[in-house]
Design a protein around this ligand. Structure first.
Ligand code: GDP
Ligand code: MN
Length: 385
């Protein structure tokens, strides 16, 4: 789960990472009230889950109530690369001498945490990585050992931060690592980390992505769920307890097992199609789960065909086929459906599907055939009725 900047900063603050004082606003009047409370000059910042807000005009300095009013009106409702601004963060403006970059993330390949620091902050870090990879200092941290202050200093020195920023940066890195580990994050990123002309170092931006698997030990994350931006499909899937991720293609996907669901996406791509979603219905595929899955896919206006890909293991193919048939009696599906069943009792399953075959419901013996047919149907079907 990704946090908004203001939530990320509040998260940072819990671990003692210095951030500027500020407040959230959802209206122009609230923005002015927050600015009056915080004290001028302030920065008016769009709260969207995408970077590059500065370039898009979503971050403006304001030194008076009138300026806050102007900028807040312009930024609220603004579209920043597909994200509509519904909330602002108004914070005390900082004077900036230098902008740096600092982050911790998980390097799954190395099975370690990865700390990155650069003296080239405030710009897109991917761009720095492309143009000047040497400008990013990297350090793998063994999760058992943790990050020592000595490690943090090495990282800061290797990155070549200005001398007067080093103590502050080491302190922040130590706390940022703590925030990353104890805060159960997958990513914590400060870009820019700034040095002010009077020698203070603090976080001017915050990107925090929390590890959903750790939610059980963080009841306080409930607050973040409340402001989470989900599309209609994802909201419905969450309410039904399905492992669903919305994508932008036209073939709706239902598979049992995350690995099979991912392979299905790949195969659809391979034959020239694009998936509308990832959906793993798990081990058991009874009528209830199948009906829920179909209902979620049904709410997606981009779906032109549905590909159900099931490998019978403990769940037998005939059970799955019966589940599909019963689910179709309950949910009115408008798109054509292609089914591939293999594994335990696949023959029995196919026989059941065959008995219910129609123009809308077809079965194919292999994953590749099924994907081909689903893509062909998706391309042939115009605007859905
Ligand atoms: P992003 O564009 O979405 O990454 O948003 P940031 O919060 O990182 O802000 C982008 C840029 O705006 C920063 O790199 C700064 O140059 C500038 N900026 C943000 N806050 C302040 C501030 O308090 N004072 C000044 N002078 N510039 C700021
Ligand atoms: Mn930034």
């Amino acid at each position: 789960m990704d946090l908004f900047e203001y939530q990320g900063k509040q998260y940072f603050a819990r671990f003692g990472i210095p951030v500027s004082p500020g407040g959230v606003a959802e209206t122009v009047d609230e923005a002015v009230a927050q600015a009056e409370r915080v004290g001028y000059p302030v920065v008016v910042k769009a709260q969207v889950l995408i970077g590059g807000r500065g370039k898009a005009g979503g971050i403006k300095l304001a030194d008076s109530a009138a300026a806050v009013r102007t900028h807040a009106s312009a930024i609220l409702g603004m579209d920043i690369r597909g994200h509509t601004v519904q909330r602002l963060w108004i914070e005390r403006a900082s004077d900036i001498a230098h902008e740096y970059y600092a982050s911790f993330t998980l390097d799954r390949g190395a099975r370690k945490h990865l700390g990155m620091v650069s003296a080239r902050g405030g710009v897109d870090i991917e761009q720095v990585a492309d143009e000047d990879p040497g400008a990013i200092a990297r350090l793998h941290v063994d999760p058992v050992d943790g990050l020592s202050p000595v490690n943090a200093r090495e990282l800061v020195e290797q990155a070549g931060l200005d001398l007067e920023a080093r103590d502050g940066a080491v302190d922040i890195l130590t706390k940022l690592y703590q925030c990353f580990v104890e805060g159960d994050a997958d990513l914590v990123e400060i870009n820019p980390l700034v040095l002010t002309p009077d020698g203070r170092v603090h976080a001017l931006d915050a990107k925090v992505s929390l590890d959903n698997n750790a939610e059980f030990r963080h009841p306080e994350w409930q607050d973040y769920r409340a402001t989470e931006v989900l599309d209609e499909r994802e909201r419905l899937a969450r309410s039904k307890g399905l492992q669903y991720i919305g994508l932008t293609g036209s073939v709706g996907i239902i598979a049992n097992g995350a690995g099979l669901a991912m392979s299905t996406l790949d195969v659809v791509n391979q034959v020239g199609g694009s998936a509308a979603n990832f959906l793993d219905i798990g081990g058991g595929a009874d009528a209830n789960v199948m009906a829920n899955a179909l209902e979620v896919i049904n709410t997606d206006p981009n779906v032109r065909s549905i590909l159900i890909n099931i490998f019978g293991g403990i769940t037998r193919g005939d059970e799955v086929a019966n589940g599909i048939v019963r689910a179709l009696e309950r949910v009115h599906i408008t798109s054509p459906i292609v089914i591939r069943i293999d594994g335990t009792n696949a023959e029995e399953g196919r026989a059941i599907l065959k008995a219910h075959a129609s123009e809308q419901l077809t079965s194919q013996p292999t994953m590749l055939d099924a994907a081909r047919m689903a893509v062909q149907l998706a391309n042939a079907t115009g605007v859905r009725a």
